[in-house]
Design a protein around this ligand. Sequence first.
Ligand SMILES: C[S@@+](CC[C@H](N)C(=O)[O-])C[C@H]1O[C@@H](n2cnc3c(N)ncnc32)[C@H](O)[C@@H]1O
Length: 259
Amino acid sequence: MGTLNALNEGLPMKLDESPPSLPSASFDCFPASARTYNQDGLMTMHDCSFIEEPRFANAYRDAIQTGSWSGPWGQAQIHWRAHVLCWAGQIAQRLQGDFVECGVDHGGTAMLLLKYLDFDNSSRRMYLYDTFCGLDPTLSSEKELANYTGIYRDCYDEVRQRFESFSNVIVCRGSIPASLSKTAPEQVAFLHIDLNAANPERAAIEFFWDRLTPGAMIVLDDYCWVACHAQKLSMDEFAKSVDCPILSLPTGQGLLQKR
Ligand SMILES: C[S@@+](CC[C@H](N)C(=O)[O-])C[C@H]1O[C@@H](n2cnc3c(N)ncnc32)[C@H](O)[C@@H]1O
């Protein structure tokens, strides 16, 4: 998950490369009583009944228990982001290929997908890549390092134990992209990138691009969070180079599909 520090400090942040400024947002256009959702930088009056759907609710409950989404900021709730992941995972389940997550932390979003998609009863594998102790200082900008100082502690043993009952989950410790060349699936149906750092994220999508099955779903967790603008710029450049546009979602995620 990106930008929690930034949220605590209050937006807008000062950025090196600022996104275009827009007229200031106003939520006065609908009364508080009409709001159906107000979390994670997103407020709306739209239907979000997916939250109560039992399959989703059960997977979300197991995911939140990992502790991935809590920290000095308290307990974050990310239902709509989780909904996007579950939806994209369902599409990917119809395709050939394994699932990959770059940026796992305690395993929140990984657990969400494993439970929602009933991975226990699947022959495909899920590869989980992380240092399991935070950003790689040699690959991250000063700003990125400053944003996440003190957030990540070593959680490798905990994560290994968490997923050891899933025979088809492969936990890969190491810095991305170096760890990808040690072990990686040949065919990928689903790729979730959530590293909070532009350079390794770019390296990850470049590494996996040719391994993605046509139709594969790619979710970029930090893509359009204002505080992660460097990630957006880098991903936009990549998307242009492969002629595959990225959809900005109001959750802050970016979504693309391999052609
Ligand atoms: C926001 S967390 C992932 C959260 C997870 N997707 C979730 O929502 O449950 C970002 C993770 O990226 C990892 N990370 C950052 N840079 C990395 C790199 N170059 N190589 C491997 N892991 C990295 C950090 O250790 C951290 O656990």
